[in-house]
Design a protein around this ligand. Structure first.
Ligand code: NAP
Length: 301
């Protein structure tokens, strides 16, 4: 790991996890934190999140050799532009945004002349804020780098080394491809969860208390995803609009096929479909991307 002065901008779930992981796993590193929200800065100071908390973007940028932008994707351009005046010319910038094409464009516009190696650690929880993060969040999770064509390969290697030092496995992809992959593996599931939870809470013949009381039937697993940060997810859907709408179209067609199978009593079609989906769950567990225990490892005590 070749960076010694890391600045983390945006000290929420992901930023505070980056700060914690860097301090826990990288010897001799100096971590400076900055957040636009004074309350977040105060909490970060109180819990000793970083070696130093900067009170403005200039102070955050001045000494950095690596900047990690951990703000919502719609705020990336603004956050980068605020750092630009004081950022050393040889500092490298990376980010953690959940969609990449729009972020690549925003960062290039805000920081012309700087080396930018965009990244997306595919790891998170439904919680937000500086107290929600933890140092092991990136352990054995994938971090996808999406360097624009022509990015200095040495800088890409150095940023890959940084993410590996935090415990992640690193993969490289084109930004547009990343956005299509994540539209189906992350953005669409969030949209479906937001829809189901909204539908259940709008039903008139089933009371809210019944929805909550009997949620262990499956509903509660969607509520975890649907509790995710509203600002973050608003920005993701606006920024990755085309890919999400495309995947949503395919999802609607597949849903219509299942609807038809139920209507016409096509049990074999339903059985075959559910057999295929069960195999996908098994692959996720086999590849170490989820807990192998039943019911996500809930103890049922
Ligand atoms: P979060 O907990 O809400 O934290 C974001 C922080 O950034 C907030 O404290 C916010 O302050 C601050 N901020 C906003 N604009 C800023 C600016 N211009 N300059 C400095 N600070 C600013 O969000 P998060 O879940 O950590 O998500 C951060 C990024 O990680 C997003 O781009 C998201 O797409 C990506 N990501 C999230 C997950 C996940 O599971 N949550 C996983 C992978 C990647 P205010 O609250 O006052 O606006």
């Amino acid at each position: 790991m070749s960076f010694t002065r890391i600045t983390v901008v945006g000290l929420g779930l992901i930023g505070s996890s980056v700060a914690r992981a860097a301090r826990a796993r990288i010897e001799g590193v100096q971590v400076t934190g900055y957040d636009a929200d004074p309350e977040v800065r105060a909490t970060a100071r109180e819990i000793g999140l970083c070696d130093e908390i900067a009170d403005d973007a200039d102070a955050a940028a001045r000494e950095a050799d690596l900047v990690v932008l951990c703000v919502p994707v719609g705020a990336m351009g603004r956050a980068a532009a605020d750092l630009a005046p004081a950022l050393p010319a040889d500092a490298i910038v990376t980010d953690v945004g959940s969609c990449k094409a729009s972020v690549v464009e925003a960062l290039a516009a805000a920081l012309p002349g700087h080396v930018i190696v965009p990244a997306h650690p595919v790891a998170g929880t439904e919680q937000s804020g500086p107290t929600a993060g933890f140092a092991t969040l990136f352990n054995h999770r994938w971090c996808i780098l999406t360097p624009p064509e022509g990015t200095d390969p040495v800088a890409v290697d150095r940023v890959a080394g940084f993410w590996r030092a935090l415990g992640a496995e690193v993969e490289t992809m084109a930004p547009d491809h990343h956005d299509r992959v994540l539209a189906v593996t992350s953005h669409l599931p969030h949209l479906i969860a937001y829809t189901i939870v909204g539908t259940a809470s709008d039903l008139e013949e089933v009371t809210q208390s019944e929805v909550i009381k009997y949620s262990a039937g499956g509903f509660r697993d969607f509520t975890r995803i649907a509790a995710s940060d509203p600002t973050m997810w608003r920005d993701v859907f606006l920024a990755n609009r085309e890919a999400v709408l495309d995947m949503l179209q395919r999802f609607s067609e597949d849903l219509a096929l299942l609807q038809r199978a139920i209507r016409w009593g096509q049990g074999d079609a339903l059985f075959d479909h559910f057999t295929q989906t069960r195999a996908i769950r098994r692959s996720i567990v086999e590849q170490g991307q989820d807990d192998a225990r039943a019911d996500f490892g809930r103890t049922h005590e």
